[in-house]
Design a protein around this ligand. Sequence first.
Ligand SMILES: C[S@@+](CC[C@H](N)C(=O)[O-])C[C@H]1O[C@@H](n2cnc3c(N)ncnc32)[C@H](O)[C@@H]1O
Length: 510
Amino acid sequence: MSDWTDGYVAEIDYTHGFYRELTPAHLRFCLLSRGLRAPEEDAGVSYCELGFGQGVTLNIVAATHPLASVWGTDFNPGHAAAARQLSLDGGTANTAFGDDSFEEFLAREDLPTFDFIVLHGIYSWISAENRAVIGRFLRRRLKVGGVVYISYNTLPGWAAIMPLRALMIDHAKAERAGMTERVDKALAFARTLAEGKAGYFTANPAVAPRLEKMATMSRNYLAHEYFNRDWTPLYHADVVRELTTAKLSFAASAHVTDLIDIVALSAPSREMLAAVSDPLFRETLRDYIVNQQFRRDIFTRGALRLTPLEQIEGLRAQRLALIVPRSTIPEKATFPIGTTDLKPEIYGPFFDRLDKGPITLADLAAAEPALAPLPLATLHQAALVAISQGWVAPCPEAAGDGARRKATKRFNAAVLERARRSADLTVLASPVLGGGLGVDRIQQLFLLARAEKHPDPASFVWGILSSQGQRLVKEGKPLEDADQNMAELRLRAQTFTDSFLPLYDRLGIV
Ligand SMILES: C[S@@+](CC[C@H](N)C(=O)[O-])C[C@H]1O[C@@H](n2cnc3c(N)ncnc32)[C@H](O)[C@@H]1O
């Protein structure tokens, strides 16, 4: 192939995201919730990511799974080099990253077979031929009993927006400028059309607000999301059909909201779903009910069903951790159909106990008299709700924390060092979570100040920011003078010490 990009945007780099759904602990928990067995936790799993972007998730997985062998490929050499540099800086020696295309990767003879193969934000942005290559890779390189995570843009959720994307890409093709400028111009063009009340926008009222939201998003993200040659939202049933060639079957959603219909859907919707006996059609119907735009699916090669007793044992042993300060958790959960009040008699003691530290569901019930009489199913549901809202995360077993901590300590030190110069990485590795936790640059610099024992963390951070000509932004506005910046930094330093430091301590980050 003379042009290695194969129609994919390569002119500007992708964003530095961490995605918890790709971690083994999260995938295991979703499978367990559906009564399915996942590959064992302790036995040095093999893990592979196809199209790893900047390699943030992959490096975090490597840092939090020091016994695992972690592989990945992304054909953009800029991405592969960035991922490798992060690995070198962070000491994730259990990794092998390259810049093979999926086709080249498929042809390699030196790869092991994998327990986990993950691909996030790939499958609907590549050609049908490349999707078939991925199918062959999964067939060849996934172990029997192995797990695949695959996300993709979904129909019907994208149906109304598809013509907007076609318009923008045709506009961008006709422009000679660089990618960022072409994205800007295509957006401006579409907005002019919307403001002129073009028939497409009036007939599809959801499109104009979508366009407004896009205008606020990172141009790097938009370029990769919308401006590739290939861009195919898929029906779930079509993905299931394509992956049967790899002997895969759909196991569960990795998007936890999809696992709690009882709170996330209305009663009439649940009745309609309950009346459908074919699981494939039920899943499709659910996508229509929620107008699904993006699916995060887990497939397995040979589903192993747990007995009811095994599932109960698995759930009782499931460790959970709070990943936000307790004080920030509201009394309502938000779902696509609206908000749901959380019963204070359950969720109060549930979060209070988690605020003391990570704990298994069985120990949590034993430690809280108010929770002890509740059936396990109720606690499981509370866990699902809390995870769906991003307040709690499922953790690997505590026994491995010590070994994981050695690797994450080195990795986090490298991330904090980088925060002196860059705001790219907004995640640190947690041995307790077996994954990452979002931590913004200012808090990373507070952590650095603490590690280096600076007596006045706010001054330390301001010294770095001001020397780089940077200012804090508050409520969307930059704070111009030094006094305002220092006052804001002192406030943030206090919140950091009072609310976040104890959290980072419990998660093994400090
Ligand atoms: C939208 S990005 C997602 C990156 C990453 N998974 C994430 O979510 O942050 C898609 C990535 O796939 C890579 N990619 C696209 N087509 C590829 C191919 N044929 N072979 C290898 N990598 C490819 C791109 O370079 C890009 O980094």
